[in-house]
Design a protein around this ligand. Structure first.
Ligand code: SAH
Ligand code: DHB
Ligand code: MG
Length: 225
């Protein structure tokens, strides 16, 4: 049985209509991102709400995101914070970071959020050195070849109970192609192996379909000890 993209989108439309009401601030963030020429690769509304609910369920006070784009997922995550909470989001592209800062400010979240510009492999060690952790929830969504390193830094910036979530770990099923020449697929495969080999986390993958196609989230929890 092949279920078409059209049906996944229709079901996402239905879920959104019942459970994810239209939100002028989030719509404006996507519009401003499109106007600035950013790619249309933010998480979907239903996925954004999933991130929001996971952060709420964690009681998250400190959230780290790796890969900001225009700040769409950052808004969903930061909205789960208490007024004295903090979201730090890392973005390599200064233009993307500018759009995200404006979108977070427009969402009334400038006071609880910070967009740090630079390749994450430069900014993560600085975060660690500054004692900015531990984070309660970490969302990995930057360049896929970087995922194994982002996992290692995420574990260093965690405490027992921290939830680590990673986007795009299925990529139309590409993840099962060991011979793939795509750097993104190889990066995600190494990330999967790194999660399996990391004694400090327990992890799984949820495959997803919807308006963004066929993909998946990895979910990992940092263990005690
Ligand atoms: N989380 C966003 C989407 C992120 S798209 C959302 O759902 O709304 C991936 C982002 O990662 C892009 O903006 C890209 O510029 C950024 N990126 C790519 N390589 C990076 C790196 N090495 N360090 C930090 N950010 C990077
Ligand atoms: C791409 C990156 C993403 O984070 C995503 O959710 C979808 C696509 C990409 O680089 O193509
Ligand atoms: Mg993504």
């Amino acid at each position: 049985m092949t279920v078409p993209q059209q049906q996944w989108t229709a079901v996402d439309d239905y879920v959104d209509s019942v459970l994810v009401p239209a939100d002028p601030t989030l719509d404006a963030a996507l519009q401003a991102s499109a106007d600035a020429g950013l790619p249309d690769i933010s998480v979907s509304p239903a996925q954004g709400k999933l991130l929001h609910l996971l952060a709420l369920g964690q009681g998250a006070r400190r959230i780290l995101e790796i890969g900001t784009l225009g700040g769409y997922s950052a808004i969903w995550l930061a909205r789960a914070l208490p007024s004295d909470g903090r979201l730090i989001t890392l973005e390599a592209d200064p233009g993307h970071a500018d759009v995200a800062r404006a979108n977070l400010a427009n969402a009334g979240l400038a006071g609880v959020s910070e967009v740090r510009t630079g390749p994450a492999l430069d900014t993560l060690p600085l975060l660690h050195a500054a004692g900015d952790g531990p984070f309660d929830l970490i969302f990995i969504d930057a360049d896929k070849p970087g995922y194994p390193d982002y996992l290692a830094w995420s574990v260093r910036l965690s405490r027992p109970g921290t939830m680590i979530i990673a986007d795009n770990v299925v990529r139309d099923g590409g993840v099962i192609d060991a011979a793939s020449k795509l750097p993104g697929v190889q990066g995600v495969r190494r990330f999967m192996e790194a999660m399996a080999a990391e004694p400090r986390v327990s992890a799984t993958v949820v495959q997803t379909v919807g308006r963004k196609g066929y993909d998946g989230f990895a979910l990992a929890v940092v263990l005690a000890g």
